[in-house]
Write a protein that binds this ligand. Structure first.
Ligand code: MD3
Ligand code: FE
Length: 203
């Protein structure tokens, strides 16, 4: 895996690997209360990535738009609590990237199966763009596409493998980004899946 040279991006290779089994057990606890589901975009498309959330706020999409919601619209209940293991890992990663005192209030959990992708987009539903975003990759490798501040800026591919933790912030917080369609494969812990934890400060 080549080194990453993108301004505003810190990739902490393998930071999550020593805790991978514990992280996946915590994901199972979350999904027992709030199962993965395929959300519908405001334009009426069903997303190929399945999602759920934990923490005080969860990111959701439906025909009405994108928003952070304190409740799971599917059950009407609050999202499962953010496991301490998640909060601590996100804080440790943000700290290592130079963002002190990052306390995420939202964790979006993305499930990719072969073929699933995330089209080019900005993360702009949060109230505070000075906070970084921390992303933890587990399972099959993926190619992350890091674009510029304009949709048409050229994109830089960033390979992300199991255990990698990426921290994005500063002037590039509103950069366009996406994930290429997941290639088929088998990961020893996750099989034919990739799970990404995205930690954000939503308010
Ligand atoms: C770069 N998820 O859920 S966060 C998302 O692999 C999302 O599932 C990615 O993009 C995934 O919205 C991991 C990567 C990320 C998030 C915000 C950014 C990269 C960013 C903001 C600016 C630049
Ligand atoms: Fe995003």
């Amino acid at each position: 895996v080549p080194p990453v040279a993108v301004p505003g991006l810190t990739v902490l290779r393998g930071l999550a690997t020593p805790q991978d089994r514990a992280l996946l057990a915590a994901v199972d606890t979350v999904t027992a209360g709030a199962p993965f589901r395929h959300l519908v975009t405001p334009g009426g498309y069903t997303m190929s990535v399945a999602m759920t959330n934990c923490g005080r706020l969860g990111w959701v999409s439906d025909r009405a738009g994108y928003r952070y919601d304190p409740r799971d619209p599917q059950t009407g209940r609050p999202w499962p609590a953010m496991p301490d293991l998640f909060t601590c890992l996100a804080l440790r990663a943000a700290d290592a990237a130079g963002f002190a005192d990052f306390v995420p209030d939202a964790c979006l959990i993305n499930l990719y199966e072969p073929g699933a992708k995330l089209s080019l987009h900005q993360d702009r539903d949060e109230g505070d763009f000075t906070a970084p975003i921390v992303s933890v990759s587990l399972g099959l490798p993926a190619t992350f596409l890091f674009g510029g501040l304009k949709r048409t800026d050229r994109q830089m591919p960033v390979p992300l493998i199991h255990g990698d933790v990426a921290v994005w912030g500063g002037p590039w917080r509103l950069a366009y980004h996406g994930v290429r369609a997941l290639k088929a494969g088998t990961h020893p812990l996750l099989g034919a899946r990739r799970i990404n934890l995205t930690f954000r400060k939503a308010v």
